[in-house]
Design a protein around this ligand. Structure first.
Ligand SMILES: Nc1ncnc2c1ncn2[C@@H]1O[C@H](COP(=O)(O)O)[C@@H](O)[C@H]1OP(=O)(O)O
Ligand SMILES: [Mg+2]
Ligand SMILES: [Mg+2]
Ligand SMILES: [Mg+2]
Length: 351
């Protein structure tokens, strides 16, 4: 089955949401120190991005049975004191839609925006089709002026069948260890993949797309690895011990968000290691788009070697951690992961 129409709609939705987020991040970075410590810009961009994606999907794919599993909901905006924020969000969405000019419509009201946000309340599951959205993945990166992504995927009967990752700050050129991965002139990538159709990348401003694939290196010595920028999101010591066991020589490349999956999908680095602290439960919107984007040459599993199961609702049920590499390196990586995990559980029985 082809998902051509759905993919086109998803690309449009994620690109418009990226424009909205870029506007907010630019204003945030130009603001003074006091307002930089204010977390509200990310809130505005998060809700704005979710409402815009939901609105554009609705316009592009009018269907009675729209279902979306998304990170945010409008409960806080509906509380006393939420009105100002809702007005800022509504203005931002209307400005973005009017400068795009694709839709001939009267401006959205605050109520329209609340309804659009709340269309992301679905629980997902194994039956039918469900969109899966993280309107801003990597909020910490967004606030720092670094990497973040708008991540949108479609589940059909519990499987990810298409995914789009908009990464406004990811350079179009490969990233490595020596560069600073922050705002650069030639930045803004859109990765997209459809089941059986490979992965493509284009610039967010709409250049021709190129086919990309995961690095096919089988030599761990030349396989650099990605991990979270935030130590609170992933155990850096564990990744470092896995990398050492495997024979990786380069230091980790630390960037925020599913931009890691995007970078990996075009062969910048060959491994992604993610080991959240004990008790953290992974959500489907943090991995659905990323997972399908790396399937051109890559494999994603948990630490036990099991594929991720997106059919269980909003959460992923998994054995410790998520690891990604190419098919040939995966057996070696799994062995290194299991050795490192068993060593660390002997050293700290509570891990
Ligand atoms: N304590 C946590 N441990 C792991 N991941 C987290 C934690 N808190 C938030 N996240 C989510 O992890 C992802 C970012 O991880 P990273 O950038 O390190 O790859 C984001 O989806 C972020 O949510 P959010 O989408 O709200 O930013
Ligand atoms: Mg996220
Ligand atoms: Mg998010
Ligand atoms: Mg969040």
């Amino acid at each position: 089955m082809s998902y051509e129409k759905e993919l086109k709609a998803a690309k449009k939705a994620a690109s418009l949401a990226a424009q909205l987020c870029q506007k907010v991040q630019k204003a945030l970075l130009q603001s003074d120190v006091h307002s930089k410590s204010d977390k509200s810009p990310v809130t505005v961009a998060d809700y704005g991005s979710q409402a815009l994606v939901s609105f554009v999907l609705g316009k592009e794919l009018p269907t009675a049975s729209f279902s979306m599993v998304a990170e945010e909901d409008s409960a806080d905006l509906r509380k006393d004191g939420g009105q100002d924020t809702l007005e800022r969000i509504t203005k931002l969405i209307n400005d973005t839609l009017s400068s795009d000019g694709s839709y001939d419509l009267s401006p959205l009201s605050g109520e329209d925006v609340l309804t659009a946000i709340d269309s992301g309340k679905s629980e997902g599951g194994p039956n039918g089709r469900h969109w899966v959205l993280d309107p801003i993945d990597g909020t910490k990166g967004f606030l720092r002026g670094d990497q973040y992504a708008i991540a949108l995927a479609l589940l059909d009967e519990g499987k990810v069948v298409l995914g789009v990752l908009a990464c406004p700050n990811l350079p179009l050129q490969p990233i490595g260890n020596t560069e600073k991965h922050s705002l650069q002139n030639q930045a803004g990538c859109l990765f997209f993949a459809e089941v059986g159709g490979g992965t493509h990348m284009q610039s967010l401003d709409g250049s021709l797309s190129t086919k990309v694939h995961v690095s096919s290196t089988v030599n761990p010595a030349e396989a650099s690895f990605f991990e979270s920028y935030e130590a609170a999101h992933s155990l850096h010591d564990l990744s470092s011990s896995i990398a050492t066991k495997l024979g990786v020589q380069a230091p980790p490349v630390r960037i925020d968000s599913q931009a890691k999956y995007g970078a990996l999908s075009r062969g910048d680095g060959a491994i992604y290691l993610r080991f959240p602290h004990k008790g953290y439960r992974e959500k489907i919107w943090d991995h659905a788009a990323g997972c399908i984007v790396v399937t051109a040459g890559g494999v994603v599993t948990d630490a036990g070697g099991n594929p991720l199961d997106f059919s269980k609702g909003r959460f992923l049920d998994l054995d410790t951690g998520i690891i990604v590499t190419n098919q040939k390196l995966m057996p070696l990586l799994l062995k290194a992961v299991q050795d490192a995990l068993s060593e660390s559980s002997q050293a700290t029985p509570s891990l």
